[in-house]
Write a protein that binds this ligand. Sequence first.
Ligand code: HEM
Length: 415
Amino acid sequence: MFGNTEEYDQDRNGFLERCHREYGDVFSFDARTIVVSSPDQVHALLTRTNRDFLAENSPLAGSVDTERMAADAELWTTTRRAGWQGLHRRVAQAHAERLREIFLKTVGDGEIDVLATMADFSGRATADFCLSADAAGVPETLAENVAAIDPLSRDSLQLPPWWPSRKVRRFARSRKRLLALMTDIVRRRRSAGDSAAAQDLLGVLLAPGDQQLSDLQIERFLRGIMLAALGVPAAALTWIVYELSTRPDVLARLEAEAASAGEVPVMGDLPYTEAFVKEVLRLWPPTWLIGRTVRHGTELDGWRLKAGDQVLFSLYRLHRDPRWWSDPDRLVPERWLEPHVAPVRHTYLPFGAGPRVCVGTQLGMMQLTLATAWLVSGMSLARTRETEMVPDFSGLLVPRDLRVRLERKAVRQGA
Ligand code: HEM
């Protein structure tokens, strides 16, 4: 009845790798799920999303009913289009200045659980980006919501929202609390007027524009953005710390670049750091598995699919496929610095592609690049245990139990 779910849940990546080796670029996982692997299939799946496929976890969705998902997706897409301008340069630059303070407050001396520290940093960063001075209390409520989603996202067998389980009730309660907080902040900000002066995403969403958004749309959009901008960047930063702790040669180059840049550098000042971040996202894409639900009867690369079927692909496998990448399992930041050597089309998709591509691509790259520069310039870092790192594929891709000791470096004279 559950196809290969049990075997898959024991070792998700290993299972997909074995099936790929045995059956090729397309195979069926169970009666209603196929897995695709070639760059063209993946690209078709992503670019035909909304029309033929539905994004599995629409941030507004709470249902597996395809009609309902399609309606949710349409509402989300309209809001997303209007909200896109909120992620523009002016707001991002104002946020970058505040981000340094957040970094200094959250990433301090001593032994740390890297994922927990980076989740704290990312939660505060995303709340600041969305709400700046009104963000008080939001990071904590957001963290509760993320903690309640986590056990649900690890289950392959999704429980419906009405299921009477403790996990589902906890999720529903924390979601309600976060949305109530958003309602309160949006109302206060709207009645205060002159919201655009706040230089944050909410300011842009409330500013009069071509498309006026309702309070409800804004609240849902903010929650969607904040959830998406917490766990994934935190996982990416954890991988960044892991690679810094294992590659002294790369660390030395990053330190040299950060030393010659300002306190809040602009992206063009950090080409090697940016290449390093891109390479970490190739080797360790946090959203390592992406799924879509078939919207109506259609076909993909000759496979006939019915409404409600699922199509999955592994970004992790695509990014390490030796057909498209030389030395695929090795961190080589330099591969991004060769102007004439571009990756094969559609083989590098850490932010997805098509109409549901990550809205925070530039912002996310900026946060990761700046945080890397601040880490290497301000901190020395050492692993506390020399045990072998174990990647955890059960939810977002993270290194299991990564702990490091951080020590603030002495401030350079004249710096
Ligand atoms: C920092 C590293 C980040 C990575 C690697 C990343 C990656 C991704 C990926 C792979 C998706 C799924 C795309 C798909 O299904 O086709 C996604 C969706 C999304 N991301 Fe990001 N993301 C990052 C940061 C951010 C940030 C900072 C924000 C907030 C501004 C953000 C907001 C979103 C939203 C709202 C979606 C859902 C888009 C939709 O379904 O329409 N992400 N991200």
